[in-house]
Design a protein around this ligand. Structure first.
Ligand code: HEC
Length: 295
């Protein structure tokens, strides 16, 4: 009888995570940093990284780390499993997912991307080293990656390697599921040319995570359209050069050059500028911030 109770107690302690220093799960300190999940801007659930780890099966994942241009291994949770647990199966019918990072970076990732590729939320370094990286794309700035860092099983996918860092937000604090187009005021005017449409798609992928247009997009870098568009105050030849090689214009700038991995960089840049020109004709004051601009 006595033995039996001892056994049960031992079992309970084991299953609660005590007495098991050899298991990987116990070697990571409790992480109480919180992440907020939203649907159409309304709160669904706020959950600590620790509790999130109970929802999906974690693993070690080796990824090509474009910020450091080398491979790294993270502890990570599969994104699809996390979404299904938090939002329910219907998340797959949504259109895009907007991530907001502590530093204002705000990429919007199409839901399709998560259905076709394996995305993961990294929450720790494999060998328990500090969960940080050196961002070679931004002056070798040291950045912390938590609470969550969106990474992809990219080592064998040329397509994923090309999309580069725009779909890899770190310091994720909010995850917002959007059922339809999230940024109506960023859309090019109806009837725009194909160049402009393509430029818009590039802009969404390469620029909108950091910059806003008419107040929509990421808050990490300056608004580019309102009240004066950058096509109005930056000479065209400088604008192109700025996008391709900002460091050749401003020493120590935090803006990264358009990804080297993109094959036709010059043309992509020309199309982005065509989009920016089209947007300069449809300026809208950013909503929610009336009067933040004085002229
Ligand atoms: C990782 C974030 C990031 C991305 C991605 C990014 N930028 Fe920037 N950008 C910045 C920052 C930060 C600045 C502020 C200038 C500085 O720090 O020197 C800036 C400045 C600019 C400026 C100058 C604005 C001014 O008035 O001085 C332009 C123009 C610009 N970016 C265009 C773009 C375009 C077009 C893209 C996409 C091809 C892009 N940026 C992608 C971060 C980014």
């Amino acid at each position: 009888m006595h033995m039996r109770i001892q056994r049960i107690v031992q079992y309970l302690l084991l299953s609660a995570g005590f007495l098991v220093p050899s298991l990987p799960a116990a070697s990571f300190a409790a992480n109480l940093e919180k992440v907020e999940f939203k649907k159409e801007g309304k709160a669904v659930r706020t959950i600590s990284v620790n509790d999130l780890r109970a929802l999906a099966r974690e693993r070690s994942l080796e990824v090509f780390e474009p910020h450091e241009r080398q491979n790294r291994v993270y502890r990570a949770l599969p994104a699809r499993a996390v979404f299904a647990e938090v939002f329910g199966k219907d998340w797959e019918k949504a259109r895009e997912i907007v991530f907001t990072a502590i530093d204002g970076f705000q990429p919007s990732v199409p839901v399709k991307r998560f259905l076709h590729h394996d995305g993961y939320f990294a929450f720790a370094n494999e060998n328990n080293g500090s969960f940080t990286l050196t961002n070679k794309l931004q002056n070798d700035e040291a950045v912390t990656l938590g609470p969550l860092y969106l990474v992809w099983d990219n080592t064998n996918s040329k397509e994923l390697l090309e999309t580069w860092v725009s779909d890899m937000p770190y310091q994720i604090k909010t995850i917002d599921l959007k059922m339809k187009e999230g940024f109506p005021n960023m859309l090019p005017p109806p009837g725009s040319s194909e160049d402009v449409q393509r430029g818009f798609n590039h802009f969404r992928m390469q620029c909108a995570a950091c910059h806003t247009i008419n107040g929509e997009g990421g808050g990490k870098a300056p608004e580019l359209n309102y009240p004066e568009s950058i096509v109005e105050y930056i000479k065209p030849e400088y604008l192109k050069r700025w996008i391709l090689a900002p460091q050749t214009i401003r020493y120590n700038t935090h803006m990264p050059a358009l990804a080297e991995e993109i094959s036709n960089r010059e043309q992509v840049t020309t199309e982005i500028i065509a989009y920016l020109k089209a947007m300069s004709k449809v300026k809208r004051a950013p909503s929610g911030n009336p009067g933040n601009v004085s002229r």
